[in-house]
Design a binder for this molecule. Sequence first.
Ligand code: PLP
Length: 493
Amino acid sequence: MVNPKESPSQVAPPTGDMSAEEFRRFGHEIVDWIANYFEHIEELPVLAQIEPGDLRTALPSSPPENGESMAEILADIDRLIVPALTHWSHPSFFAYFATSTSAPGIFGELLSAAFDVKSMLWRTSPASTELEEVTLDWLRQMLGLDTGMSGIIYDTASVSSMHAIAAAREGVEMRIREEGMSGRKDLPLLRVYASEQAHSSIDKGVITLGLGQRALRKIPTDNEFRMDPNALADAIDEDKRNGFLPFCVVATVGTTSTSSIDPVPAIVEVCERDVMWLHVDAAYGGSAAIVPEMQHVLDGCHRADSLVLNPHKWLFTPFDLSVLYCRHMDLLRRAFSLVPEYLRTPEQEKVRSGSDYGVQLGRRFRALKLWMIIRYFGATGLAARIREHCRLAKLFASWVEADPNWELMAPLPFALVCFRARPTLADETKEAERLDDLNEAIMHGVNATGRAFLSHTKLHDKLTLRLSIGNIRTTERHVRQVWELLNEQLRRH
Ligand code: PLP
């Protein structure tokens, strides 16, 4: 990447930062390097081909006594760091939920690192505070959500959902903020409901909030992995009869295993009947509502109390950036606002300060990258990319469906295909187990080639492969290639 022979004396003055001249030079080199990385990323193995501990042992065990040249540091990025990367930006990354960064997002990150604002009070970061409000309102409009929803940025969906549950709990009016939960005889067991397909972040949210795992009741799903709203209503009724206090339901739009969509319109009816908070986890699926003909995926959400969506999943935003839309910002504020004297400002009653709405005091200037992404691609450009990912997923699914050696394992409302190999086995004893082993071997075989990366889940107790399309660089060629790789592995096993 750079010439490592540069002398350290040129590098850093005895005090202070790198010189502007040097910053400019390495800055240009790094941008060149990144452009080159994207141009040649397909030559790299998607999944890091190293063994655990390899990088750690290649690195010095103690820090350098004296500063090193930037050239040396950057050379080690090539030599040590890149081989230890799993390349999430690779167009053949199909595992988990495939995501990707984008050029305007990278520029936003770069600028935000330069500004380095701590967006805690309006006055410490007017630009961050107001740009966040404006950008999230743009996004709200693009998603077709109503004006009653106000947005706030956190790092991840796990944190967004935890804050939503905390706001819901604040609405219970049992002075939990002031008196806590432990040792209280007047406090019934609070209950949160989510489907058995809900993301583990909901479990972690209730754990973190001190509600305890037993406060989360998992509701069964139908044969398409969607929450059963009748089972939800029955569970709430039963809990109420037994003295529990149900206060929050979490519905998911785009579950992690299959991307199924819980029936939000029916769930909202149950929540309204019982005056419960409805939080929608649309971390993955929500972005699809930007596509006009897919806006129905958020049906019913105009009656939800809060909704989380992750631009870092399917809106080409470099990790991290999660948005919580909330209809009751007053409750969120009541749950978290705490202004010590040293943070009091004359304008505090007139403005929004991010730290009033969450655990963190200082917050990164994340809105900048999202604003740049929305401006650069425009609503139509973002929709076109998501639409294409859905088309590619459906194309792949059509190959699976047409081939007797493979089968689809779940409907695909978005751009995630759940499938598995199901060839006729010569010997049918222990068929279920052998099919699981076969599919696992196929997945590991494909991943070991370094040319694609897939992950798995279990559906109806069957090992299922997942192909998620969400990377801005993925094209039909990559999808055809992974289909060939899968078939090659099937022939081998
Ligand atoms: N919710 C759903 C539906 C997810 O699929 C995921 C992660 O894949 C999360 C929440 C957690 O996301 P994060 O990593 O932003 O906490």
